[in-house]
Write a new protein. Structure first.
Ligand code: 572
Ligand code: ZN
Length: 349
C-alpha cells in the first residue's frame, strides 16, 4: 500500500500541482479510503479554467475531484455498514442531516451540504481520503472501481430520468451528447423509454450516442432556423417527443427543448450554462409543458449501482482516456480538449 498521500491541488487558474498532503484520521462515523478511480467532471475543468462557477470561487488551494471510488482502509469506531477491504463508490455530497430538506429526504437541497471539490471543500483526487461511511456504497465483487466512480455521473442521469418521469411510452429527446446526455440516454433506455433521439453539434459525439443505443441522432447546424429544426425533430420521431432533456446548458438548445416538447409534456433542464437565458415561457405555459430542473442527485446512488450491477447499464464505454494520478495535468489537458473525449478517468493507486 502506498504510504504517501499524493494529491491534485488546484491553486488557481490553470495551476494544478501534485503535492503530498497528510492522511486524515477517520471520525467515528467515517472511513478512510485508499482511493481507486476519480473521473474528471466538466465542473472540475471549469474551476481549472475559470477559477470559479458562479459564486463558488477557488480562493484557497483546493484538492479537485468528486467522481470517485476507493477501498476501505480504516474504520471509524461507530461504523458497522462496511469493513476494511470493501470497495465502495463515494457519494460526494454529505448533507447536514438536520434541516427540513434533509428530514424530508430532499437532502440535495440542503444549504449546508459539504460537497467534494466545491470551494472551499477539498475533493477526492488523492491517494487517501476520509468520507462519511453512510455515503459510501459497497460495490459487488463483479463491479470495478472504474464503474464505481462512474456511478456519480450515472446518478445524475437517474435523477434526471426520475424528474422527467420517463416510462415505457416516453419518446425522449436529449439535447447534448456529452457525458450527462449520454448517462441520461443509458438510464432512459434502462427505464424502458419507447424512442430516444440525441442531438449535438459534434458528429463524433452522435456516433457514440448511437453506439450506446440511441434510436436516432440529429446534427444541429447553426444556419437552420429554430422552426425548421423543431420540424426536423418531429419528423424523426414521427410524432412530438413528450419528454425533452437539455444536457447542454446552451440557450439555443434549451429553447429547442421547450419548443419541441409535445403539449402536456415535460422539459427537463440538466445542463447549466449562463445564469440567465431567454426562453419561450408563454409557449410552454399555454401548452402545459412543465419545465423542470435537477440538482445533483438524492437517494439515487443505490439505483445507479443496481443498474450497473444487474447489467442493465454498461457505463464502461463512457471512458475514453485513462491516466495515473501522477499524470493529472495531462489528464486535465485531455479533458479540456473536448471533441472525442467523453470521460477521462484517473487512477489513484
Ligand atoms: O456531479 C455533480 C455536478 N454538479 C454540477 C456540476 C458538475 N457536477 N452542478 C452544476 C453547478 N452547481 S452550482 O450550484 N455550484 C457550483 C455549487 O452552480 C452544482 C451542480
Ligand atoms: Zn460532476
Amino acid at each position: 500500500m502506498a504510504k504517501n498521500n499524493l494529491s491534485a491541488i488546484l491553486y488557481g487558474i490553470n495551476d494544478i500541482r501534485l503535492e503530498n498532503t497528510s492522511i486524515e484520521e477517520p471520525g467515528d462515523n467515517e472511513v478512510l479510503l485508499e482511493m481507486g478511480c476519480v473521473g474528471i467532471c466538466g465542473s472540475d475543468v471549469h474551476y481549472l479554467v475559470n477559477g470559479r462557477i458562479g459564486d463558488f470561487i477557488v480562493k484557497k488551494p483546493m484538492i479537485i475531484g468528486h467522481e470517485s471510488s476507493g477501498t476501505v482502509a480504516k474504520l471509524g469506531k461507530n461504523v458497522t455498514n462496511l469493513k476494511v477491504g470493501d470497495r465502495v463508490a463515494i457519494e460526494p455530497g454529505v448533507p447536514c442531516r438536520m434541516c427540513n430538506f434533509c428530514k424530508e429526504g430532499r437532502y440535495n437541497l440542503c444549504k449546508d451540504v459539504v460537497f467534494c471539490a466545491t470551494p472551499p471543500v477539498h475533493g477526492t483526487l488523492r491517494r487517501f481520503y476520509k468520507h462519511a461511511a453512510d455515503f459510501c456504497f459497497k460495490l459487488p465483487d463483479h463491479m470495478s472501481l472504474e464503474e464505481g466512480a462512474l456511478l456519480e455521473p450515472l446518478a445524475v442521469g437517474v435523477r434526471t430520468c426520475k424528474r422527467a418521469e420517463i416510462g415505457i411510452s416516453s419518446n425522449v429527446l436529449i439535447l447534448g451528447a456529452g457525458p450527462i446526455g449520454l448517462v441520461t440516454l443509458l438510464v432512459a433506455k434502462a427505464m424502458g423509454a419507447n424512442k430516444i433521439v440525441l442531438t449535438d453539434i459534434v458528429e463524433s459525439r452522435l456516433k457514440i450516442a448511437k453506439k450506446l443505443g440511441a434510436d436516432d441522432t440529429y446534427l444541429l447546424q447553426k444556419d437552420k432556423s429554430e422552426k425548421d429544426v423543431v420540424a426536423d425533430i418531429h419528423a424523426i420521431f414521427g410524432d412530438e417527443p413528450d419528454r425533452t432533456i437539455d444536457a447542454s446548458g446552451v440557450q439555443a438548445s434549451i429553447r429547442l427543448a421547450i419548443l419541441a416538447t409535445k403539449s402536456g409534456g415535460i422539459a427537463t433542464i440538466v445542463g447549466l450554462g449562463a445564469p440567465e437565458v431567454q426562453i419561450p415561457l408563454i409557449n410552454a405555459l399555454v401548452r402545459e409543458v412543465d419545465i423542470r430542473g435537477i440538482f445533483r442527485y438524492v437517494n439515487d446512488y443505490n439505483d445507479a449501482l443496481n443498474l450497473v450491477a444487474s447489467g442493465k447499464v454498461n457505463v464502461m464505454p463512457l471512458i475514453t482516456h485513462n491516466y495515473k494520478i501522477e499524470d493529472t495535468k495531462q489528464a486535465f489537458e485531455t479533458s479540456k480538449a473536448g471533441g472525442d473525449v467523453i470521460k477521462v478517468m484517473i487512477h489513484c493507486n
